[in-house]
Design a protein around this ligand. Sequence first.
Ligand code: MTE
Ligand code: MOS
Length: 777
Amino acid sequence: MMDGTLPRPPKEPGLPHKGPGAALRHDSALKHTTGEARFADDLAEPAGLLHAAFALSPVAHGRLLALDLGPARAMPGVVAVLGAGDVPGENDIAPIGKGEPLFAEGIVQFAGQPLAMVLATTRDAALLAAAEIAPEIEALPAVLSVAEGFSRAQFVIDPMVMRRGDVAAGLAAAPLRIEAEFHLGGQEHFYLEGQIAIATPGEDGEMQVLSSTQHPTEAQHIVARVLGCDYNRVTVACRRMGGGFGGKESNASWVAAAAAIGARVTGRPVKLRLARRADMLATGKRHPFLYRWTAGFDASGRITALRALLAADGGWSTDMSGGVVWRAVTHALNCCHVEDVEITGCAVRTNMQSHTAFRGFGGPQGAMLMEDVVHRVAAACGLPPEEVRARNFAGVAGNGDETPYGQKVEGDLISRVWAEARRDSEWDRRRAEIAAFNATHPTLRRGLGSMVLAFGISFGIMHLNQAGALVHVYSDGSVRLNHGGTEMGQGLFIKVAQVVSAAFGVDLEHIAITATSTSEVPNTSATAASTGSDLNGWAAHNAAMTIRDRMAEVAAKRFGIAPELVVFADNRAWAERIGANLFLDFGELAKLCYLERVSLSATGFYKTPDIHWDRVAMRGAPFFYFSYGASVSEVIVDTLTGEHRCLRTDIVQDCGRSLNPAVDRGQIEGAFVQGMGWLTCEELWWDAQGRLRTVGPSTYKIPGSRDVPPAFNVRLLEGAPARSETIFRSKAVGEPPLLLAISVANALKDALGVETLDLPATPERVLMAWRKRAILP
Ligand code: MTE
Ligand code: MOS
């Protein structure tokens, strides 16, 4: 099982064999539903396998005085118990830079930090022994909120400031001003498959790791660092994840690293599968944010100046907080234009889990700023928030179309998605209907809210915008596809296979989708920032076209025509016209190429063109393009209990020319519901000692199937112009629609008649907001 490749999926009858644009189901859809899809924990276990379990710190901040591993070592089935001193290489798992220990050394930084790891012959034995480890920790004062960390100027990254114009003058000159503060909670990824890695030691210092990771290359690097070996000794592979959502970008790397340490020290294969509780305690989450802002505007709702602080809770270590804050800052105006701006972003160091990537990567938190501004300004002007937002749309009605960092957004698309969502939702009719309902009902309140988004696509770190692929054609004409992207349920593999099927003109069933592996495509980026199909689609296309060009030469010679005239379609190579009588079956041609000694294997590479960023000036054009979308949601609130439901949502999302409308629709629906969970029911709760107490589904409520709006109208923007040279003119879809769930929070504000709401809007918070509103004049 260590070759990282699982058997080719069985043929699925009735699957239409189409290329880009076809609404095909996920390549593993049937396997997911029947349970045949194999996740890491389903794979046959290698002989001699040991199971690992962590002992985690019960204290948020303190001095580690003693860690007696003796009692755990004496437990039945235990083979080894390892701590910081047993790491063969460096005890450092920082994804960027250095200084993030895997096992606490000297100082404990958060409740949930790994202290030691037990290796035992069964998982139960490992868990029991880990529970025997009782560290002696002298508690130190812990910083447990963004506000506190901020007041101490304690940061994990240098604060960044994005400026345009003169914000002080702009604010002074504005006829009206508002100052405000609000708080937004974090979010647990709650991937259904928890963090897991299986490490198997090989010859000559080799280490094979099967990891549920969005970033095999980073896992490879971190494994090599903790083992103290070259990258070429380490192979990391992943066929699929049972969800990642950003939580398996950097966090998967240290899980892989821990398994590899166990495997190196014992010489035996090691499986580390975190229990849900340990997973929730030890891994980072979406960054909670604190906002403080001042806006200047006029009575028409035109916002002319905005100064804002976006302070993220970075947790105990840096992780990717720099990137998350950067995206929050660059998305703080979202689809709006404000002339004089100063947005300061920072990530505060606290004694909490190290917060990390989560679908949207700071973008949703950034866009939330402008929504708060728009809603408060609207209330001050006595205007509907929709009118104020539209009044401030970038690139419309005389407003500039340049972001404060200097990149242009497309005002026509912003207005278009909003106009279509408004129309689809029958806005005016329902507005009136809801007003009539609210005027008469004694306890229930309905509300209507909206959201419009402009989300920049590309990694904020420019060099990450690259990808590689490896394609083989075998002599029977069957194709084996491999690329650097990982599959986490988002449908990347089927999309890239559709691209390759178009290149060769062969049906999808002839293309084997294979596991991601650092040994096949090296030096890859994480599958993240929604760029998976953009980057890997092009790389795979380039690899396939290299082979196709070689095959065309061979066919052309046989046909006696020029290579440019060979057409690949319907599983054949044709002389000029499809349907002409001169053709070769793709398999025949592959065989011919082999006999002619023509290589049928190629790598492909792609890097996103035309993007640039100046970190010092905080200016540039960092995004290849923007994704646009709009939504309208209706909620109903029980004012006696604060309970609420989303009754209907209408969405229009720009996917360019979608590579796979079925997969994209699934992404939009899933992202929306996940966003709704973040803003309404998912509440992370730490006690006064900084211990996370929401550590499982009984205390942490993710949305269920019955939380999906009963009327859920999702539409891809039709005839969407893709102005950049994306693969088949498609656009990324993985993250942007998560922001559309902000319409639910806005609908709640509308129902309650409040202009702001601390989030997540749990029934308690909704009830408190309603009571406060009823009491205050
Ligand atoms: N969809 C599913 N089903 N599972 C996931 O883990 N992750 C999201 C999104 N959609 C995720 C998902 C995140 S955070 C990102 S960045 C993108 O998928 C990554 O994949 P892509 O770049 O191929 O869209
Ligand atoms: Mo997604 S948060 O970029 O993995």
